[in-house]
Design a protein around this ligand. Structure first.
Ligand code: PRX
Length: 661
């Protein structure tokens, strides 16, 4: 962990501490420091506070059922419905005319839509009736391959309404990635769209979805296609099993669909994420535990109140968008802003224009975006009135003190607390951060575990490290929002998350998120990044194995090793080291074919930034590729120990090829 120690050092030497602004504290949803002790003393019953944010049909009998560790169950015996909690109850409380989703399309010359709770409920019911009509039953997984258009949350909530788990596949994922996920989930239904706008141009999405459908191994019953582009569309004809979204919804307009009574432990959704092997993991989240976690953290950390307008720039195709664009903010009855496009279209002030226009109270984004804002310069935010903002958040990767301070000064006007929130697809919601109305912040450090969340930093033997030493982040008690398993693969669930530090004989179960971290004397964590073979590119988790698999499919390629190298704005960039088959040269054509294969296998967001052809890869005597050395090469760092290599001479050769460009 030598380079990681360096990061820890950097964050320590630059340590500033910022107390929560008084104006914020006086209005904060949580402002009593006593909550930490109270939750510790009253664990796990403390999590009734999260369940209490929801309306339950049947009360639960037990907060935590740990009789089958690590297959924990939360709020057992309780029944509820997620769409009821996100929609009906607000309408019943007389808030039906409040805006639920403020949708902002990328083109600036079309009407943006403020969709009220009443309207959203009506469309969700019409689409739920549609899904039922198509034959979707409780427990059937419905896949959505969709960009940031309102029909995506409608489809998610319609699924939730009838008890059909959704599996949203980020629109940037390729056809092949879509097919892999539909195959894994045995999903027979797909909701998608004709296209969307990117930097001013319409982009064909249906062609990709169709090509993915061609690789689905089982029969797909029905495909629903949203017409997003209208006249800008690509003139696709819909196949027999493909239906136009708007006509279906119109056919079912006004139909009431009672919210299905779901068990707390019923699956709400699946979300695929990358791991060490090439196969993505289907992370299973449940109705009661997940929804209460998304709601409690939205309230306590993001300080969301029903009257707030809240803006998170994530994509709903990733977990941040699930928890903190859709489920958390809607369960709390606030207005959630949903933006279709990129931050720099038509100008680099687009997000600030949105914040000013809709008077957003919270702004939640990723460090990769903040680094871009910083590079573009402060004149863009300075030209807008951002005084409505009360709180800023970051998520997805470590944030260094410099961009943190820039964010604090130029976006928050030094008046907004910043929450640096550490969590993962698997945790369902925020785990480590400062409660903004209680704790001081330290730029570069995410903060302590939330109340009731026992996080520690341990060494390879599981012993807690000294303050300011680097080690591994671990979680020592379960929490309601946790994943329940890897879909159809309980063994992998135990293997990936619990095997490393648990002692089943002593009944001690420790969750290992596969991140490195340091902890200071006050229990504040500095997260250092993944310690498994995954990369974090612009806040997106990408498996090195997935990229390598796509590269070795290219004819003429013999072997590939992929690493994440430091990148100024993306955090990490994908670098590939490739050996060719006998007689095949490392030509530009081959380079293009490699890029294309990665785009086809995963998506453009995983495209390698650098490809180096080499006669061999650095390998240990047992034949294992030493990625760490390739990381050193990619980062231009001094090489680590090469003495265990079978072919130490190759590393310098790769180094000189890499520097030659
Ligand atoms: O390495 C950590 C990093 O992102 C990983 C989780 O990725 P994913 O499941 O795609 O979810 C991203 C959004 C929650 C973590 O294992 N990560 C996330 N938040 C932070 C972070 N690293 C440092 N600081 C954070 N605040």
């Amino acid at each position: 962990m030598s380079s990681d120690d360096g990061d820890l050092e950097a964050s320590r030497s630059d340590r500033v501490e910022i107390e929560p602004p008084e104006g914020f504290v006086s209005q904060a949803n949580v402002s009593d420091e006593g909550i930490y002790d109270e939750f510790e003393e009253n664990w796990p019953e403390c999590w009734e506070a999260a369940a209490d944010l929801l309306d339950w049909e049947e009360d639960y009998d037990q907060v935590l059922d740990d009789s089958n560790e690590p297959f924990y169950e939360w709020f057992t015996g309780g029944t509820l419905n997620a769409s009821y909690n996100c929609l009906d109850r607000h309408v019943e409380n007389g808030r039906g005319e409040e805006v639920a989703i403020q949708w902002v399309g990328e083109p600036t010359d079309e009407g943006n839509r403020g969709i009220t709770y009443e309207e959203l409920l009506a469309e969700v019911e019409a689409f739920a009736a549609t899904l039922r009509d198509l034959g979707v039953e409780k427990g059937d997984v419905v896949t959505m391959h969709m960009p940031m258009i309102p029909e995506l949350p409608v489809a998610m909530l319609a699924c939730a309404r009838i008890g059909a788990p959704h599996s949203v596949v980020f629109a940037g994922f390729s056809a092949e990635a879509l097919a892999t996920r539909m195959n894994s989930a045995d999903s027979e239904y797909l909701v998608t769209c004709d296209g969307y706008y990117r930097r001013g141009d319409p982009l064909d999405h249906l062609e990709k979805a169709n090509s993915g459908l061609a690789s689905v191994e089982h029969e797909v019953s029905d495909v629903v296609v949203v017409d997003r582009l209208g006249e800008d569309g690509f003139g696709h004809d819909l196949a027999d099993d493909q239906h136009d979204y708007a006509s279906l919804v119109a056919d079912h307009e006004g139909e009431a669909v009672d919210p299905a009574s779901q068990d707390a432990e019923d699956m709400l959704f699946l979300m695929y994420t990358s791991g060490t092997t090439g196969e993505p993991k289907g992370i299973k989240h449940t109705t009661g535990g997940y929804l209460s976690w998304a709601s409690w953290t939205s309230r306590a950390v993001l300080d969301i109140k029903p009257e707030d307008t809240y803006f998170c720039t994530a994509d709903i195709g990733w977990i941040t968008g699930h928890s903190y664009i859709v489920y958390g903010p809607l369960a709390l009855g606030s207005t959630t802003v949903m933006y279709e496009g990129t931050p720099d279209f038509p100008e680099r002030d687009r997000l600030w224009e949105i914040v000013a226009e809709y008077e957003c109270n919270q702004f939640y984004t990723a460090p990769t975006a903040i680094r871009s804002f910083m590079k573009w310069g402060s004149k863009y935010p300075a030209s807008h009135d951002l005084s409505s903002l009360r709180l800023l958040g970051t998520v997805g990767e470590p944030i260094n003190p410099r961009p943190w301070k820039w964010y604090h000064e130029h976006i928050g006007g030094e008046e907004c607390p910043i929450v640096d929130t550490w969590w993962q697809t698997e945790t369902g919601g925020i785990m480590v951060t400062t409660l903004p109305g209680v704790k001081k912040t330290k730029p570069g450090s995410a903060g302590p575990g939330l109340p009731g969340v026992d996080v520690r930093v341990v060494d390879a033997d599981g012993e807690e490290v000294e303050a300011d030493e680097a080690g591994y982040l671990t979680v020592h008690n379960p929490w309601p929002g946790m994943l329940r398993t890897v879909y159809k693969n309980d063994e992998r669930y135990i293997e990936e998350f619990w095997a490393e530090y648990s002692d089943p004989d002593a009944d001690e179960w420790v969750y290992f998120p596969e991140d490195g971290a340091g902890i200071d004397a006050e229990g504040y964590l500095t997260v250092l990044g993944r310690v498994d073979d995954t990369m974090n590119v612009s806040g997106h988790r990408i498996g090195t194995a997935e990229v390598e698999n796509a590269i070795v499919e290219v004819e003429g390629v013999a072997e590939a090793a992929v690493v994440g190298a430091e990148h100024e704005t993306k955090g990490e960039a994908v670098h590939a080291y490739v050996t060719t088959e006998e007689g095949q040269e490392g030509t530009d054509d081959l380079r293009d074919a490699i890029v294309e294969s990665v785009e086809n296998g995963i998506g453009a967001f995983a495209r390698p930034g650098g490809i180096v052809f080499t006669p061999d890869l650095p390998k240990t005597r047992s034949g294992k590729i030493m990625r760490r050395l390739l990381e050193d090469v990619a980062n231009g760092d001094e090489l680590g120990d090469t003495s265990t290599l079978r072919n130490p001479e190759i590393v310098e050769e790769i180094q000189s090829k890499a520097s030659a460009g």
